[in-house]
Design a protein around this ligand. Structure first.
Ligand code: MRU
Length: 345
């Protein structure tokens, strides 16, 4: 892999600009936390784990840049930056998780000097980044057994290296099976309206030499009815305590189709994507994005001016449609309530 989703270079947070892929590999450098927040909002960087990592790095960047001299002012400004990150995208649980980890550092180092606190915040952000890659590799290890030699896999959106600090969640499982020498074919839904599948997943898999076929979103049923898909693997943005899964809009329809066709539907997600404070998926906040993403994709008008549009970025797949959730700690299955409690204990 010769690209980095998000990293720290010369005192700046540097991100691969995912809006420009697949035609251009350009990096955006942020010198201020406001720049990182905007990059999350405008989807320069996206994907639940990557959003969490970027937010943590943005908070560390903010702490490094704060010129205040007393702890009280530092804490006020720190809280403001955390709040700004939390306001960027509401669905990804990893964002909240990463911000809480950064807040925990401030609590733990209460009473220490500001320079020490700044150093600790930066090393926490870097630790979150490194751990994300490691966690993805473990998920790959735990999930690769579900992919048999010769499998055709359907995936939706981008749950790869680009959606994480590296390696990926759903694509991490696929990568691990590929690294083991299994023959496989990945069908990728293009993922309207932002085309993460077409622009990012197809790019990522192709770069790695994993056979990929791009299909339009409405084609999943056709593919399954023709016996062309053996399993589905997707990532997740937030998972409630009963195993309901919020993921990119369109995931629920694919899960229903998979059930109808007797095809296993797997979700790969790190523990940081779970929100056990929510009993059921209906409680997950769903981000509604700008209607222009639908009517004017990539700055070209494709719908009548002023037409009414719905643009939720995610939907919720009820746990009954999920065969298993692959995590770094093991695999959860029905009954998900008990299975997840065991994983977290
Ligand atoms: O709107 P996005 O591109 O941030 O949505 C991303 C997804 O829905 C991914 O499938 C999910 O975050 C899993 S990423 C490992």
């Amino acid at each position: 892999m010769k690209y980095e989703t998000v990293t720290w270079r010369n005192g700046k947070v540097v991100m691969l600009d995912q809006r420009r892929l697949p035609t251009e590999e350009a990096y955006v450098e942020c010198e201020r936390p406001e720049g990182v927040a905007e990059a999350i909002r405008n989807m320069t960087i996206r994907g639940a784990p990557a959003i969490g990592v970027a937010a943590a790095m943005g908070i560390a960047l903010g702490a490094m840049r704060l010129r205040v001299k007393n702890t009280g002012r530092f804490k006020e400004e720190f809280e403001r930056i955390c709040h700004m990150m939390m306001e960027t995208r509401p669905t990804a649980a990893n964002l909240c998780w990463a911000v809480q980890r950064m807040k925990e550092v401030v609590r733990r180092h209460e009473g220490e000097g500001l320079d020490e606190l700044r150093r600790s915040l930066k090393s926490e952000a870097m630790a979150i980044r490194e751990a994300d890659i490691e966690v993805n590799r473990r998920m790959g290890h735990n999930g690769k057994r579900y992919i048999r030699n010769g499998s055709a896999i359907l995936t939706h959106c981008n749950a790869g290296a680009l959606a994480t600090a590296g390696y990926g969640t759903a694509l991490g499982v696929i990568r691990a099976a590929h690294e083991e020498g299994k023959d496989l074919e990945v069908y990728v839904c293009e993922t309207r309206p932002q085309l993460q599948g077409a622009r990012l997943t197809a790019w990522e898999l192709d770069k790695e030499g994993i056979p990929v076929t791009l299909v339009i979103d409405g084609m999943s049923g056709y593919l399954m009815s023709k016996g062309l898909i053996h399993l589905v693997i997707v990532g997740a943005d937030r998972i409630s305590a009963n195993g309901d899964v919020a993921n990119k809009i369109g995931t629920y329809s694919i899960a229903l189709l998979a059930k109808t066709h007797g095809i296993p539907f797997y979700v790969a997600a790190p523990l940081s994507t779970f929100d056990l404070s929510l009993a059921i998926g209906d409680e997950i906040p769903i981000e509604e994005r700008d209607s222009r993403e639908v009517t004017h994709p990539f700055d070209r008008q494709i719908a009548p001016e002023g037409v009414r549009v719905l643009n939720p970025a995610f939907d919720v797949t009820p746990h009954e449609y999920v065969t298993a959730i692959i995590t770094e700690r093991g695999v959860a299955q029905e009954p998900f309530g008990t299975s997840l409690r065991d994983l977290f204990s």
